[in-house]
Design a protein around this ligand. Structure first.
Ligand code: FAD
Length: 429
């Protein structure tokens, strides 16, 4: 695939190095297909023209080098020129069209630059080697000296019939607050507590993007926040005096609002990336999906060494009330379509589906349907993750206990074994 694209790009470059190639609106990935990179398509035309002009100039130099020398120019020169082109693309305007034009030009200059589908490799936030977790940042910003982030956007991401409101909030950290997939940020809501006038305490939120952020700049992070409301049984309505402080603050933010943040927190939900054949079983309820969205983006939608290497199977279970309450379904469907062998997706919709006993379909019922496969995967070294409301765990544990019993396994010993081998990851709240 990459070869094909390179060949096509070379042809294009020789005919007209400057013709922008219209890429699909969905983003591009390394497995030979692509994903949403959060690249904006609504850039001003003057910006585009400026960028194309610059590209054209640089490309002209490159093309002439490429076609006036016998064979390829020296790799170093080609690489340098290619880097210039990428730089132009990066600094002027990150539209997909420009990136594609850049790829064409680079291909004309030399085939030494590793580009897959027109994207620049993303490795500027990687450890060396990429799976080395010895320097994962933890609690860099503390309560006493928090970081001030700026809201880029806040969007409701559930349908009208969802139970409650969940928002996707993108926060700009200017590249000064790096984190790894599976970590959380703390948020200190503004204002003081009614009871004692002291500042509000910090609340933790799992980060819902990969380390590169939704725009792949490495300068943003996203949160998936459910607005906590309090239903008053006497009033038979929400009591605004008792609504959750921090979640309401976050869900009400507007672009440009400042957010006081701490962290990044936690290492229990990190992915062990050293063996790229590792299977991941991810079990979420509601906003517990947040870390797994980050995982899926890292495994399938980026141009990183981690995504390139991944050969295992990631299996996501999400439990919500109904179809309107599903989170990031479009991205997961895309992953499923593009990587049918590497990504599996199962939903438990408690108010729309029935379990095998005719009751509501809760997350443990959905997981139980695949108990044999899941146990086989765990025995083969798969890592299992749980994230969401605390209330999900008793049901999950009860189900696992039953399955163990049916298989003649001792439940406590089985779980202890998973924990000892670091295959068991739980973050519930
Ligand atoms: P608070 O103000 O702390 O109130 C808590 C609850 O009490 C609310 O439901 C509120 O309505 C209710 N309440 C308030 N006053 C009264 C009263 N007088 N009587 C009765 N009830 C009352 N949440 C997410 O949405 N997304 C995440 O990704 C996420 N990740 C997390 C990760 C971790 C590791 C942890 C520990 C928690 C995570 N949480 C997440 C939960 C989050 O930290 C907050 O606990 C949550 O948003 C509620 O905080 P709040 O300030 O809005 O509510």
């Amino acid at each position: 695939m990459a070869k094909l694209i390179l060949a096509a790009a070379t042809l294009l470059a020789s005919a007209s190095a400057f013709t922008p190639i219209a890429l699909p609106s969905t983003p591009v990935t390394n497995h030979g297909s692509s994903t949403s990179l959060g690249v904006t398509a609504d850039e001003t035309s003057s910006k585009r023209k400026r960028a194309l002009k610059t590209l054209a100039r640089t490309a002209g130099v490159l093309s002439s080098v490429a076609f006036t020398t016998a064979g390829f120019p020296p790799a170093a020169l080609a690489a340098k020129k290619a880097a210039e082109v990428v730089e132009v693309v990066k600094t002027v305007d990150n539209t997909q069209k420009l990136l594609a034009a850049g790829a064409g030009v680079i291909a004309a200059g030399a085939a030494v630059i590793k580009l897959t589908t027109g994207e620049k490799a993303q490795d500027f936030l990687e450890a060396s080697p990429y799976w080395d977790q010895s320097n994962v940042p933890v609690n860099v910003y503390k309560n006493k000296a928090p970081f001030t982030g700026k809201v880029v956007s806040t969007k409701r991401i559930v349908g009208p019939k969802a139970t409650g409101e969940t928002c996707h909030i993108i926060i700009d950290h200017k590249g000064d607050f790096p984190y790894w997939e599976g970590q959380s940020w703390g948020v200190i809501p503004p204002g003081t507590r009614e009871k004692d006038g002291k500042p509000h305490s910090v609340r933790l939120y799992s980060i819902a993007s990969s380390r590169y952020g939704d725009d792949m700049s490495g300068k943003t992070g996203s949160l998936c926040v459910r607005r906590a409301t309090y239903w008053c049984p006497e009033l038979k309505a929400d009591d605004p005096a008792k609504k959750g402080i921090c979640s309401n603050f976050l869900c009400d933010t507007k672009p440009g609002d400042e957010v006081m943040m701490t962290g990044p927190a936690g290492k229990v939900m990190l992915m062990p990336e050293e063996d790229p054949k590792t299977d991941y079983i991810m079990v979420a309820t509601g906003t517990g999906i947040a870390p797994f969205r980050g995982f899926v983006r890292r495994l399938f939608f980026e141009n990183t060494p981690a995504a390139k290497a991944y050969k295992g199977q990631a299996w996501l279970f999400l439990g919500v009330a109904n179809g309107d309450a599903l989170l990031y379904d479009d991205e997961f469907q895309e992953a499923k379509t593009k990587f049918p062998d590497n990504f599996r997706l199962d939903y438990a919709l408690s108010r729309e589906q029935e379990n095998k006993k005719g009751g509501k379909m809760y997350i443990q019922d959905k997981v139980e349907e695949y108990a044999d496969e899941i146990f086989a995967k765990l025995e083969g070294g798969a890592h299992i993750y749980f994230c969401g409301l605390k209330g999900m765990m008793p049901g999950i544990q009860g189900m696992l206990e039953e399955v163990c019993k049916a298989k003649g396994l001792e439940y406590e010993t089985f779980i202890k074994g998973l924990k000892e081998k670091k295959q068991w990851h739980v973050e519930v709240y």
